[in-house]
Design a binder for this molecule. Structure first.
Ligand SMILES: NC(=O)c1ccc[n+]([C@@H]2O[C@H](COP(=O)([O-])OP(=O)(O)OC[C@H]3O[C@@H](n4cnc5c(N)ncnc54)[C@H](OP(=O)(O)O)[C@@H]3O)[C@@H](O)[C@H]2O)c1
Length: 270
């Protein structure tokens, strides 16, 4: 028995972008366990298929009858054409989406302004901002037509507070925060819910990508403290989505206990 009611998620269809790893993968699996159907989207199709198998196993293990339909769909959120044709690749029984989790995103490098490669800042904005906007627009027409739906955007502590070495990533997450705030306001006269989740440090592939595959640099980010893990944020997302329809969790700011801001943390142990 669970202390909170997730039965409202049974039979719902969830689209998770960036579902091949980290927070997106954990979120897809938890929705599967709750009895939802899940469209898993990302670029790496083999990893997506593995996560899809984990969804099948989680759903089976849950014993919940509802849900259990899953589809792994290749999608580069940085490619507008792929976004616009996404539903051509989604099976017919999953085309009506109830919950959109805009999770795909990344950071590259720690370069200071003046030294940031054009390709790096362009690709971060392309995925974290323009891609998120395009995916949202793709689904919002249908949400409005049905006067239903929930958009959950993965913001960040970096969207609340800039830090040196995070110039572009922070700018993308500030843009996401502003865009999400606009959605909240524009949709106030509808039943559509809008949530921004703002995690602090979560140990995923995120820092490995930031440091271009250098695992030892990535490990240093989390040295001496206990970071969040992907499953922690997945729980928050699924909890948010499972609230009664009259409740909108507009923002969720989630930190490890020893992190107080983007730059203030305690690594001394207990
Ligand atoms: N980890 C943290 O500390 C942290 C903190 C705050 C916020 N966040 C945010 O949380 C979200 C998930 O991050 P994570 O920590 O789970 O990182 P992760 O482990 O690196 O996972 C990122 C996911 O995004 C996908 N992705 C990246 N570029 C994509 C693209 N062009 N098209 C489609 N999918 C793409 C990746 O899949 P493919 O490579 O297969 O495409 C992967 O599934 C991001 O928006 C991130 O900014 C993370």
């Amino acid at each position: 028995m669970s202390v909170f009611n997730a039965s409202r998620l049974q039979g719902k269809t969830v689209l998770v972008t960036g579902a091949s790893a980290g927070i997106g993968a954990a979120t897809a699996v938890l929705f599967a366990r709750a009895g939802s159907n899940v469209i898993l989207a990302a670029r790496r199709i083999e990893q997506l298929k593995q996560v899809e198998q984990s969804c099948v196993a989680a759903h089976k293990e849950s014993g919940v009858q509802a849900g259990g339909k899953f589809a792994a769909v290749q999608l580069d959120v940085g490619d507008r054409q792929q976004i616009n044709t996404l539903f051509d690749r989604v099976p017919a029984n999953l085309k009506t989406v109830d919950i959109l989790v805009n999770n795909a995103g990344f950071v590259l490098g720690m370069e200071r302004v003046g030294d940031i490669a054009d390709a790096d800042y362009e690709s971060m904005f392309q995925v974290n901002v323009f891609g998120l906007i395009a995916v949202t627009q793709l689904l919002l027409k249908d949400f409005k037509a049905r006067n239903a739906g929930h958009i959950i955007n993965l913001g960040s502590i970096a969207g609340r507070e800039p830090y040196a070495g995070g110039g572009i990533y922070c700018a993308t997450k500030h843009a996401l925060r502003s865009f999400t705030g606009t959605l909240l306001r524009e949709l106030v006269n509808t039943n559509i819910r809008v949530t921004e989740v703002q995690p602090g440090m979560v140990e995923t592939e995120f820092s490995i990508i930031r440091f271009r595959g250098d695992k030892s640099l990535a490990d240093k980010v989390y040295e001496g403290l206990q970071p969040l893990v992907a499953e922690d944020i997945a729980e928050e997302i699924v909890w948010t989505a499972s609230r009664p329809p009259h409740i909108n969790i507009a923002e969720l700011y989630v930190l490890p206990v020893n992190q107080a801001s983007a730059t203030i943390n305690y690594r001394g142990g207990k």
